[in-house]
Design a binder for this molecule. Structure first.
Ligand code: ATP
Ligand code: MG
Length: 577
């Protein structure tokens, strides 16, 4: 491509809307343009990177034995009603009606559509296992679309679905996809981590997220310094302190006027926050109240709590709801006599084994001391719903846990029979018996991958593309477009590189070299060839890497093409090892 005819309008200033590095550089480098909230045009430069990501994913999926399909974006509401997700999915699901008033969803994911296809087409054990995938636009009405294509309302996803005869087979398919994702991440050049994840609205019970490590990531990863344990904060657990062995003290009601926080309470009673227990009240699925008891110094992980309660949605109860239901204002809730008020009681493991703890008295200005579970109150369930944090002990090996930020590029789920059961996707086994298929599903946010790569590869001047997904691998800069010998050389080099299959752009614009260098840094082509008069008269051409700009290599003008072809080819294959 000649820069002079490419649609690349770079921007010197950062548009106000840009919040993250990738968003800023994607807009400035003219990779994407905003059409509306969470809706973007992919410009030629951005689309080239996107296509490279697509090719890598497609190649690896095909190698893994998956077959590509293309399913409709428009999916009939009936399918979503079969699984119950028409109601459960909430506002994120974009819904439309046709002229006959039939309802449709704009696909945010395709479990229903693919399960419907497979139940119609696959009937015998002989046709299993099967893994079908597609690369397609997905729609989600995100509450807060942001960071450009990182969290948009229309985005490109690779989604794959595996169908097996039994759990054992499904586990093999899951592992196959897990390994495929590792290969894809390596080829793209990501620094990444596969972490245990919460299964969210998709369902199932085993899942891993592939996290691209970056400070600006929206996800927090908890990982062990000593072993391989790593989990999304939403899911992460930690090893609990040992049970305290102490004689039970008598239950005592204490007057605690004007004391609201755990710290105030602990100080007032001469105790440490970790010797107290707090009770937080929630409204579950918009209806009933539940109390969550946790050690005073810990925070509640609402995703884990929601799962423990078997709820689809929880929210904090309002001060009015609390007063009405418990008879006490906020800050005085406690587990004693709470169930008698019709409130379900979940106790976190950190609080379950506390001895002689302090809790709210369900009465204004009163707390209890000497509280012991079993003797003084009974729970509905004990579960792990505390936030894990840096410094906690690893649940696997007891080592120290640490935290880092990540961007979720992909997600693999073991689904089991969640969809095959509700949609009756069955097959006949060897003995003619009808059985449910066992499923897995596997997504990659293809558009997000491009942004995530930039988030990981940049400096203050712009993007630093890894060779594998750079829009162009080589940028030939003609310092002065009017310098005839230089220009002729560039033309020849450009043709030679193109013929050798190198993705090359030639900056032949008749503008100041300063602008060309600034654009080269901003767009971040991995290799730069600079043909300037001063060096060229001595037969020399300058080659440099975007990632190491100070290291300029002078090459004989006749060896440039060969050298570049070698570098590009070896860097592209290097990542696959
Ligand atoms: P998130 O927690 O970031 O909302 P998710 O759990 O909703 O992600 P999945 O349903 O697992 O995402 O979708 C598969 C992949 O699609 C994700 O791993 C992510 O890379 C990508 N993705 C999800 N939502 C968006 C979005 N709004 N914009 C761009 N990519 C997205
Ligand atoms: Mg989401």
């Amino acid at each position: 491509m000649r820069f002079s005819s490419a649609l690349i309008n770079t921007l010197r200033e950062t548009p106000k809307e840009a919040e993250t590095v990738a968003h800023k550089f994607m807009l400035r480098a003219c990779m994407i343009k905003k059409l509306g909230a969470g809706i973007y045009d992919w410009m030629p430069l951005g689309f080239k990177s996107l296509q490279k990501v697509i090719s890598i994913i497609r190649e690896e999926m095909n190698k893994a034995g998956a077959q590509e399909v293309l399913l409709p974006v428009l999916s009939p509401a009936e399918l979503w009603k079969e699984t119950g997700r028409w109601n459960v999915y909430g506002k994120e699901l974009m819904r439309i009606k046709d002229r006959h008033d039939n309802e449709f969803a704009l696909g945010p994911t395709h479990e229903e559509v693919i399960t419907d296809l497979v139940r119609r087409e696959v009937n015998s054990y002989k046709q299993l296992p099967i893994n079908l995938y597609q690369i397609q636009g997905k729609f989600r009405d995100e509450i807060r679309p942001r960071f450009g294509v990182m969290r948009s309302r229309e985005f490109l996803m690779k989604d794959a679905y595996s169908f097996d005869r039994d759990e054992e087979g499904a586990m093999k398919s899951y592992k196959n996809m897990f390994e495929t994702y590792v290969k894809i991440c390596k080829r793209i050049g990501f620094k990444f981590r596969a972490v245990e994840a919460d299964s969210g609205a998709i369902g199932g019970n085993l899942s891993s997220e592939f996290m691209v490590l970056a400070e600006t990531g929206e996800d927090t990863i908890i990982y062990c310094e000593q072993c391989e344990y790593a989990a999304n904060m939403e899911k992460a657990s930690f090893k609990k302190d040992p049970v305290v062995d102490a004689a039970e003290e008598p239950l005592t009601k204490v007057h605690t006027p004007n004391i609201r926080t755990v710290e105030e309470l602990a100080a007032f009673l001469g105790k440490k926050p970790e010797e107290t227990a707090k009770t937080i009240l929630y409204i579950v699925d918009g209806k009933k109240m539940a109390g969550a008891v946790i050690r005073g110094d810990r925070e509640i992980n609402e995703v884990k709590l929601k799962n423990a309660l078997g709820a689809s949605e929880i929210r904090l109860a309002t001060p009015e709801e609390i007063l009405e239901k418990t008879g006490a204002p906020v800050g005085f809730a406690g587990p004693i006599n709470l169930r008698e008020k019709g409130i379900r009681l979940a106790v976190d493991e950190t609080a379950a084994y506390l001895k002689n703890t302090v809790t709210g008295g369900n009465e204004n200005d009163y707390h209890y001391t000497g509280v012991n579970r079993g003797r003084d109150y009974q729970e509905n369930l004990i579960a792990d719903f505390a936030v894990a944090k840096k410094g906690d002990k690893c649940p696997k090996c007891g080592g120290a846990l640490n935290e880092q930020k990540g961007i979720e590029m992909g997600h693999v789920f073991f689904l089991g029979n969640k969809y095959s059961k509700s949609m009756k996707a069955t097959y006949l086994d060897e003995s003619g018996k009808s059985k449910e298929m066992v499923m897995g599903c596997y997504g990659i946010g293809v558009s997000r991958v491009v942004a995530a790569s930039i988030e990981q590869n940049n400096d203050e001047n712009g993007i630093i593309w890894p060779m594998a997904i750079a829009p162009y691998e080589v940028n030939i800069i003609v310092v002065n477009a009017k310098y005839k010998e230089g220009m002729d050389y560039c033309e020849t080099l450009y043709k030679e590189l193109k013929e050798a299959g190198i993705d090359v752009i030639m900056d032949d614009r008749d503008i100041s070299p300063g602008v060309k260098f600034k654009d080269a840094d901003l767009i971040g082509f991995p290799l730069r060839v600079v043909v300037g008069e001063k060096n060229f008269v001595t037969g020399q051409v300058e080659v440099s890497y975007r990632r190491d700009p100070k290291n300029r290599i002078m090459l004989d003008k006749n060896s440039v093409a060969g050298e570049i072809i070698n570098i590009v080819k070896s860097e592209k294959t290097g990542n696959t090892k």
